[in-house]
Design a protein around this ligand. Structure first.
Ligand code: FPP
Length: 234
């Protein structure tokens, strides 16, 4: 089986998962966090080198204060203590997104988990947090422009590959992009990196998306003939 190098997941459907069970939305997020923990470990076991997940979009700040506060508290708990099993699996945790508008305790927890895992080598868990993919491209362009002005970059050296170095994290392109929870859209998630990603949409709400479902997505990936714009030669 061909294991994709970089898998990305838009973890959608936590709220609907809870609603269908007569529970509060927060219960859905709590279960979603547990699902992510299991998936990150399984991704590493399968040999996936990078797992990117959409944990909190910049637009998610439009939600009720109660929900945003709940999510931030959940993230602090996870980054500070609950990801220990993931960390013990030699997974390095990095973040993509803007730091502005984030609470001090959230920033500290992010910093803490980044430092604790910086030397881990088996797999990277890239957590997109206060993230917007269009904004990432704009921010990268500003950094490019600064380096050009400061003489650190020459125009002739800038190309599609080089541009990756100016994104929030310098990661390989996404091979397989999964979205759970019935919707079929990208919601401004890792637009630059998903240019040639295979897209896999699944109705399952994220808290129910478990190890076997990740394997099903990889099975689907293996059925595809990836030509990158070329033609088939046989
Ligand atoms: C989308 O479901 C999910 C989110 C906005 C948050 C994702 C967060 C987690 C899975 C928690 C764990 C993350 C970490 C990093 C510990 P939704 O609320 O949009 O669901 P809905 O579309 O059914 O309302």
């Amino acid at each position: 089986m061909n294991i994709p190098n970089h898998v990305a997941i838009i973890m959608d459907g936590n709220g609907r998962w809870a609603k269908e069970r007569g529970l509060k939305r927060s219960e859905g997020h709590k279960e979603g966090a547990k699902a992510l923990e299991k998936l990150a470990i399984h991704a590493k076991e399968l040999g996936i080198k990078v797992l990117s997940v959409f944990a909190f979009s910049t637009d998610n700040f439009k939600r009720s204060k109660e929900e945003v506060d709940y999510l931030m508290n959940l993230f602090v708990t996870y980054f500070n203590e609950k990801l220990n099993k993931v960390i013990d699996n030699n997974v390095k945790i990095v973040f993509s997104g803007r730091k502005e508008n984030l609470r001090k305790d959230v920033l500290e927890a992010m910093d803490n988990v980044t430092k604790r895992t910086k030397d881990n080598t088996d797999c990277i868990l890239n957590i997109c947090f206060n993230y917007d993919g269009q904004q990432e491209i704009v921010d990268a362009s500003l950094r490019v422009s600064k380096d050009l002005k400061d003489g650190k970059l020459k125009e002739v050296d800038l190309n599609k590959e080089k541009f990756y170095q100016y994104l929030y994290q310098d990661l390989p392109p996404i091979d397989l992009l999964i979205r759970t929870g019935k919707e079929h859209r990208l919601s401004s998630f890792m637009l630059y990196q998903s240019t040639y990603a295979e897209l896999y949409f699944v109705d399952t709400y994220f808290p129910d998306f478990l190890e076997k479902d990740l394997e099903d997505a990889i099975d689907y990936y293996n059925t595809i003939d990836r030509r990158f714009g070329n033609v088939k030669t046989d």
